[in-house]
Write a protein that binds this ligand. Structure first.
Ligand SMILES: *Cc1c(COP(=O)(O)O)cnc(C)c1O
Length: 399
């Protein structure tokens, strides 16, 4: 079968919930992926930052294989010998007291929203069923019915109602708007430190600091959705670290497993997560030994291979080179670490297709933005290799 055959199968049997770039990948190693015809590409999407540690990272693979031979799933009806060490490592690394292990990012966000509401009723004293949560315009937090209820994208919500009530939106990056929107029933504010799917939107400097102050002053939980920005993507462990803030609740996912297996988590202190009682929440696969073993290795790789520093240093280099492209169609190059958005004056999709033909995989987001977010294991030489291909495509005179 060739690429066309595989794409036809997807077209026929997969519900059309995506509009993929036309490349059929069969193998990956580090920053490189190979299609079914043997052509090599540099991956500048990293599965939306889930493979920060590089494709098929050998250390994570070893941990996965070893755990697969022992036991993979016990359910939380029993204890297992992997989850405790995993959550201890995660809490020590992030500086929180407790964690809830889940699978997908959306589940982590759902978990954070549920515990914020419970905290609102039991600790803050909000009247029953009156809890409000504030989110930002342009947010992306997943695709469940409750999460799309606070999306500002019409398509995400259209024909999927009735939606979950209790959410309010404010403009992203506007701390005054947050302050004005808070009422006595507000239990939480959920925000991405950089909006990934919304177009790599970087808020004004000092925004998160003010958010943290406003939340603290109003007894409102500050939830940072770090599912895309966390775990080294922006050059620090959490993107919130750039602003020196400590959110009350952090959601993590994607790179928590290095792409091997869906592992997500919510971390917070015991004053918040300690409110969960047996039976309040759960997941058959959440905290399973295979996922936990994989996540332990994924965190080890981030730290031992100094991927945070790498992301910061090479991100600056990559962004600097992108900013030097002379191009009438590039409106702005923005981001932090290796989460980089190139905003164009035109639709980004045709440029992503041209980049694919040249051997660089990236994906348009929010219409006019091309996101460059390679695995954090990328080298300077590999960035140079990518730039040799990216530069002519955006340069004046090419099209
Ligand atoms: C990807 C993402 C999610 C959802 O994660 P899934 O694993 O796709 O459910 C939530 N929040 C942010 C910021 C994300 O980028």
């Amino acid at each position: 079968m060739n690429s066309q055959d595989y794409m036809k199968l997807d077209d026929q049997y997969a519900a059309h919930t995506y509009h993929p770039i036309e490349v059929v990948i069969e193998r990956g190693e580090g920053v490189w992926v190979y299609d079914v015809d043997g052509k090599r590409y540099l991956d500048c999407l990293s599965a939306y930052s889930a493979v920060n540690q590089g494709h098929c990272n050998p250390r994570i693979m070893q941990a996965a294989i070893e755990q697969m031979k022992r036991v993979t799933l016990t359910s939380r009806a029993f204890y297992n010998d992997q989850m405790g060490p995993f959550l201890k490592q995660l809490c020590e690394l992030t500086g929180y007291e407790m964690a809830v292990p889940m699978n997908t990012g959306a589940e982590a966000v759902e978990t954070a929203l549920k515990i914020a509401r419970k905290w609102g009723y039991q600790v803050k004293g909000v009247p029953d069923n009156e809890a409000e949560i504030i989110a930002c315009e342009g947010n992306f937090a997943g695709r469940t019915t409750t999460i799309i209820s606070f999306s500002s994208e019409e398509q995400y919500k259209a024909d999927f109602g009735p939606l979950t009530p209790g959410f309010k939106l404010v403009p992203y990056g506007d701390a005054d708007a947050l302050a004005a929107a808070i009422t006595p029933n507000t239990v939480a504010f959920i925000v991405e430190p950089i909006q990934g799917e919304g177009g790599v939107n970087v808020p004004p400097a000092g925004y998160l600091k003010r958010v943290a102050e406003i939340c603290a002053a109003n007894n409102v939980l500050f939830i940072a959705d770090e599912i895309q920005t966390g775990l080294g993507r922006t050059g620090t462990l959490l993107c919130s670290d750039h602003d020196g803030v400590r959110p009350d609740i952090v959601t993590l996912g994607k790179a928590l497993s290095g792409g091997y297996y869906p592992v997500s988590a919510v971390v917070a202190d015991a004053s918040i997560l300690g409110l969960f009682r047996p039976g309040d929440h759960g997941s058959t696969f959440g905290g399973n030994p295979l996922g936990s073993a994989v996540a332990r290795a994924a965190l080890d790789v981030l730290i031992d291979e100094k991927l945070l520093d790498r992301s910061r240093e090479l991100g600056e280099y990559f962004m600097g080179r992108l900013r030097r492209i002379e191009s009438d169609i590039i409106k702005e190059v923005r981001g932090k670490g290796l989460l980089i958005g190139v905003e164009l004056t035109v639709e980004a999709r045709p440029y992503c297709d041209a980049l694919r033909d040249a051997g660089v995989l990236c994906k348009d987001t929010h219409g006019t933005v091309a996101r460059f977010a390679p695995p954090l294991v990328i080298s300077k030489d590999e960035i140079d290799w990518a730039m040799e291909r990216i530069e002519p495509i955006f340069s004046n005179g090419h099209r």
